[in-house]
Design a protein around this ligand. Sequence first.
Ligand code: ATP
Ligand code: MG
Length: 255
Amino acid sequence: MGRIIAIANQKGGVGKTTTAINLSACLAEAGKKVLVIDLDPQGNTTSGLGIDKNTMTNTIYELILGECTVRESIHKTGIEHLMLIPSNVNLAGAEIELLGASNKEYIVKNEIDYVQEDFEFIIIDCPPSLNMLTINAMTTANTVLVPIQCEYYALEGLSQLIHTINLVQKRLNPDLILEGVVFTMYDARTNLSLQVVENVKNNLDTMIYKTIIPRNIRLAEAPSHGKPINLYDGKSAGAESYRLLAKEVIERKAV
Ligand SMILES: Nc1ncnc2c1ncn2[C@@H]1O[C@H](COP(=O)(O)OP(=O)(O)OP(=O)(O)O)[C@@H](O)[C@H]1O
Ligand SMILES: [Mg+2]
């Protein structure tokens, strides 16, 4: 059975998509069969993997509406072992359509159930909101991985996120656990990054990945080339850090 990890934080721009793309690609590089699900209408995971989101049909939107099957929604990325359920701006409308649906919290889960056995890891990129799409990610997932940007307001909103995870666990998905947090955009030249890491460690009673993702220009450039970091610049500090994170994630499988 594949392990399903939702990458969530309702704060915008903290590195969710960068982590979804590059963790998935590094898991695939390690030989794991990976499916990445883009659950954000911004479609940044889709375009970051070099797929033209605007011409795509059979995206997560059609899947949610029941207009295609889950297998039809799974697309090749051109990267070995890495498949994608893409997204685009149409998904923004699905939120409203979901509200009227019965079992609206489980639409994605009920579809992914059919293919979970085909993959070793399923990574879900969430939108920057605690909306019905994020709830669908959390009912589908086994664990939630929370990227935290090393900046002054890092802790803001985290208690709300943890509260939501606890609520979903209580009411909708009793097996859901908080996988842990991963620090992103760490800048070794500033004291602030270090202070944020220390502050979160002192205030958050949760697993923290040993791997810290540095601020690295190559990570910011890679999406415009439609490539994950390991293919764009495999020797960069960003590539090395996401490989280490993938290794840690694989090792945690036993937990
Ligand atoms: N480690 C990093 N080093 C340098 N730039 C980074 C790093 N991680 C992310 N970025 C850049 O920061 C911006 C925000 O990152 P990203 O899109 O991954 O965040 P997000 O949480 O998915 O955002 P949103 O909430 O809008 O979905 C992007 O321009 C990305 O290229
Ligand atoms: Mg994103």
